[in-house]
Design a protein around this ligand. Structure first.
Ligand code: BES
Ligand code: MN
Ligand code: MN
Length: 463
């Protein structure tokens, strides 16, 4: 381990420079105009994996964005760790809210990152995090201390629902066969409070369209006479939650697994300061489902949120118009044992049912994903616990995460293995937001922790 640490220390500047190079490629999966950038990012990763010492690294074209696959097989009888990550990033807009351009990384200190943080889209989600694995691998390999086989699958469609990865996994199940899936795409509680994510919420995402009159109308001439689809949509959306902030969609909670008292105590024993949380977000009150704590509301309970809503005139000044159409994008975060397809269907039925006759409603499903919970009494998890404990000098706390990585449940099914979610970001790193950043401390701590994981896992697995 000393040799590995030594290697990291000697190469840490280059590791960072390489990451900055990758961050300069605007690999926004949602935007067709970035299609070429997606290929460029994939090629960059392929090249870097080869430099890091893999036996082979290949780009697999899909009907969507390419997948980069690399591997180093040292011994077929040794366990195999499959590292998953994503090189695609969320759109950077609104650009005017960034203090520096999203694809021109700069390093600045912040209150929570006194050692400095890299400001760029994708720095924490997930380029900075999956890249730690490539560099940790390089360090293990260069010092002849790779204790088991490693495979990398770095995809380009996570942020748009991993539509084509299912087929890729099914078609290449043999190539991807492994003993554990290791992912760094989540957070720790704080840099001095390590934690390991033991679950992710599922997702059902829909877009709704409400149509009133067949064309935009003068809001004076027709106003008051016909339904305004925006007003109606607002009423419909408002009715989706009751006074206790419970979701009113018929059947929504039917399959939700309620935690028992002990499990709830464990969830709530994670350090959490509500005052600090409110200060950080500048809100005077939190709001959520009655009877549950903020930790529960954001991890073990399902939710429904409007992600965007539009229609009518939104330009400068005033235009008196009674619009023909109104739209909203709605996400529902799911917990065990809710099924995304079922929930989408329940939502659709409910939404059509509550629509007044004065409008026509259409519900279009987008992507979805199943929730996952990872057990903590396994060698896979214990290896992570010990690795973090060693690297941070403190016992990591298991915490259920609120975000989603839709493909994880599918991997577990297709590859028949468990996942370990050993992420190193902070919730306050502003992923998906302007000024996304990733701490240098976090980047280097991750690179140090990963070889510990490999070593522990190989030992635990081989007895
Ligand atoms: N890395 C995130 C998920 C995440 C972040 C989990 C922090 C836990 C803590 C991932 O890239 C992501 O953003 N997923 C999307 C889902 C996707 C279908 C757009 C999400 O959760 O909204
Ligand atoms: Mn991510
Ligand atoms: Mn993301």
């Amino acid at each position: 381990m000393d040799a590995i640490q030594n290697y990291i220390d000697h190469n840490k500047k280059r590791f960072l420079e390489e990451l900055l190079e990758l961050l300069r490629i605007p690999s926004v999966s949602a935007r067709p105009e970035h299609k070429e950038d997606m290929h460029e990012a994939a090629k960059w990763i392929q090249r870097n994996m080869i430099i890091a010492g893999v036996d082979k690294a290949e780009i697999y074209e899909t009907d969507g964005h390419p997948v980069v696959y690399g591997e180093k097989i040292i011994d077929d009888s040794k366990p195999t760790i499959l590292v998953y990550g994503h090189y695609d990033v969320q759109p950077a807009e609104p650009l005017e809210l960034w203090d520096s351009p999203p694809f021109e990384p700069v390093i600045k200190e912040t209150r929570l990152h006194p050692e400095g943080a890299i400001f760029a889209r994708g720095s924490a989600d997930d380029k900075g995090q999956f890249f730690m694995h490539v560099k940790a691998f390089e360090a293990m390999n260069a010092t002849n201390q790779l204790p088991c086989n490693v495979k990398f699958m770095i995809e380009g469609e996570e942020e748009v629902g991993s539509d084509h990865l299912e087929l890729f996994c099914r078609e290449n199940a043999e190539m991807l066969s492994c003993d554990v899936i290791l992912i760094s795409d989540t957070s720790v509680i704080a840099n001095d409070v390590p934690s390991i994510t033991t679950g992710l919420r599922g997702l059902s995402y829909v877009e709704v369209e409400v149509t009133g009159p067949n064309k935009d109308l003068h809001s004076g001439v027709y106003g008051g006479g016909v339904a305004n689809p925006i007003n109606v949509l607002c009423q419909m959306i408002a009715s989706l939650k009751d006074d206790d902030n419970r979701i009113t969609v018929d059947g929504f909670y039917d399959k939700v697994v309620e935690l028992d008292k002990k499990e709830r105590e464990a969830v709530n024993s994670a350090p959490f300061d509500l005052g600090e949380y409110m200060d950080e977000l500048q809100v005077d009150e939190v709001r959520g489902e009655t009877g549950y704590t903020t930790i529960e509301r954001t991890s073990t309970r399902p939710t429904l949120d409007v992600n965007g809503m539009w229609g009518g005139y939104t330009g400068e000044g005033a235009k008196t118009v009674l619009p023909s159409k109104a739209y909203a994008k709605i996400s529902m975060r799911l917990v065990p044992n809710q099924d995304p397809d079922e929930i989408t269907e329940l939502f659709t039925k409910h939404f059509l049912k509550i629509a007044p006759k004065s409008v026509k409603v259409e519900v279009k499903p987008h992507h979805g994903g199943h929730p996952v919970v990872t057990p903590i009494d396994t060698p896979e998890y214990k290896a992570a616990h010990e690795a973090m404990k060693r690297a941070y000098g403190r016992e990591p706390i298991p915490v259920r995460g609120g975000g989603s990585i839709p493909i994880v449940a599918l991997f577990e099914e297709v590859l028949n293995v468990k996942t370990v979610l050993m992420g190193f970001g902070l919730d306050s790193d502003d992923i998906h937001s302007p000024n996304e950043h990733y701490g240098l401390f976090n980047f280097y701590k991750g690179i140090e922790t990963i070889p510990e994981y490999f070593k522990n896992y190989a030992e635990l697995k081989q007895g």
